[in-house]
Design a protein around this ligand. Structure first.
Ligand SMILES: Nc1ncnc2c1ncn2[C@@H]1O[C@H](COP(=O)(O)OP(=O)(O)OP(=O)(O)O)[C@@H](O)[C@H]1O
Ligand SMILES: Nc1ncnc2c1ncn2[C@@H]1O[C@H](COP(=O)(O)OP(=O)(O)OP(=O)(O)O)[C@@H](O)[C@H]1O
Ligand SMILES: [Mg+2]
Ligand SMILES: [Mg+2]
Lengths: 253, 253
């Protein structure tokens, strides 16, 4: 049964896009059919996959706004088992339009669920905000992964996205939505309090924090300059090993 | 003459809040009167200053939404020469209201400019998005500082915020608005391409990139756990020295 996973946290720069990219690749390396969907008007995932969010005609924007657009037509295949629906800068105007015209938020849900048979995992990358695109991803998803940087503001960010998940679920927009897990990211072993933050996450959210912790690893910063994800660019680096461990954790569910 | 500086970049986690906090403190340590304004509904700057954005009655939200609220009543003094107008989670609903009712964006500009005599520097921290709160800060400011993480997506992020600055200036909402500078942040000397990113910024934006580069420094991650900004917590750390150098660069203008 296909799993649709929203990768969400309104805090900026916590590793949402890096997680969507590397988890997606790890799962496809493990023979799963993966679709990634970029819902961020800044299009970081789209850029990391070598496309240009300033110039994508078939994108998540067209999928949201045009009834005639389908998942099959919007997606770009990258290899057997890995495809991307790119983002577009036009998603910013879509968000304003949806707010102003009070349009329903379930268009993405409909099209992904009618296409789900084609994939094992659908990963949705979201922008750093709690507004329209994140709401659309939560209405469309079965489960949520919350990447959380191991820093002082971690719990503040998690609280806000958890409240939003509860509102979407209890407000009946997506009654089956569940939090699959908080993923500690950018764990810097040289920082005095990184372990304190992880311990606190596990204490406050028992059973809701992944075993896997993604370490701070300069190889993640380097990889895009060589046109690759860290999982391909430095497959034995600490971050690559951690993203494969994360994929294994999900496959063991 | 008071300088009103917006700290803006819609890319998440590039050091906007860390810059507002540490530059603000550095300037006040150098005997300037500083007002910091938190326009982010996530309220990171407010949390770093020891307040709670879930419980602030007088905040940037009340300043934007209630005619009777003034800068003097909204601000919290922290020491001679340093004050904060805290953020509030209610800023998220303010943004929706402003979009839906198509309200003007110049309320913050009015109140700050009528209060400017009381301060030497006003620093406005903004959320990771190009929407209402960032627009409000650009209409209110004299100048913009763009913190830019030294990573592959740096130029993409800068292009978007520069376009927005041009639209605000050329669209006559704030004809005098200028870009003071791009600030390279989180420069990790262990990363192969960090220097390449800085070189490219200086090549593509000649004269528009600060001399100062803020290094990646775990002391920045540790400081909030001890209730302090890095500039107080570790005054001789590389990041603290860099933020003081940034303050000197501004004072030399
Ligand atoms: N484990 C890591 N080690 C080092 N750098 C990392 C790691 N994970 C992510 N980064 C870097 O941190 C920056 C932010 O990561 P990323 O863009 O994935 O976060 P995000 O949550 O998607 O950001 P946004 O909120 O802007 O969408 C990127 O430059 C990325 O390369
Ligand atoms: N020079 C640095 N070295 C190490 N860590 C840093 C540095 N500057 C900022 N950080 C850390 O990176 C994280 C993101 O920084 P910050 O919150 O200032 O970015 P931001 O642009 O305000 O994020 P957002 O877009 O979510 O508002 C914080 O945990 C902060 O402590
Ligand atoms: Mg992202
Ligand atoms: Mg911030």
């Amino acid at each position: 049964m296909t799993r649709i996973l929203a990768i969400a946290n309104q805090k900026g720069g916590v590793g949402k896009t890096t997680t969507a990219l590397n988890l997606g690749m790890a799962l496809s390396q493990m023979q799963r059919r993966v679709l990634m969907v970029d819902l961020d008007p800044q299009g970081g995932l789209t850029v990391f996959m070598g496309l240009d969010p300033y110039h994508t005609e078939r994108s998540s924007y067209s999928l949201l706004m045009y009834d005639g657009m389908t998942v099959t037509r919007a997606m770009r295949p990258f290899s057997t088992g890995l495809a991307l629906i790119p983002g577009s800068i036009d998603l910013a105007t879509a968000a304003v339009k949806i707010i102003q015209e009070q349009q329903p938020l379930d268009r993405l849900r409909e099209v992904l669920r009618s296409s789900r048979i084609n994939f094992d995992y659908i990963l949705i990358d979201t922008p750093p905000s709690l507004d329209v695109m994140t709401a659309i991803s939560l209405v469309a998803a079965d489960e949520v992964i919350i990447p959380a940087q191991c820093h002082y503001l971690a719990m503040l960010g998690i609280r806000a996205i958890k409240d939003t998940i509860d509102r979407v679920r209890d407000g009946m927009r997506n009654p089956a939505l569940k939090l699959r897990g908080v993923l500690p990211t950018m764990y810097d072993s040289q920082a005095d309090y990184a372990q304190t933050v992880v311990d606190e996450l596990r204490a406050v959210l028992p059973g809701q924090v992944f075993q896997t912790v993604i370490p701070y690893d300069v190889r993640v910063l380097d990889a895009p300059h060589r046109g690759r994800a860290v999982i391909e660019d430095a497959p034995n680096s600490p971050a690559a090993l951690a993203y494969r461990a994360l994929a294994e954790e999900l496959l063991a569910d």
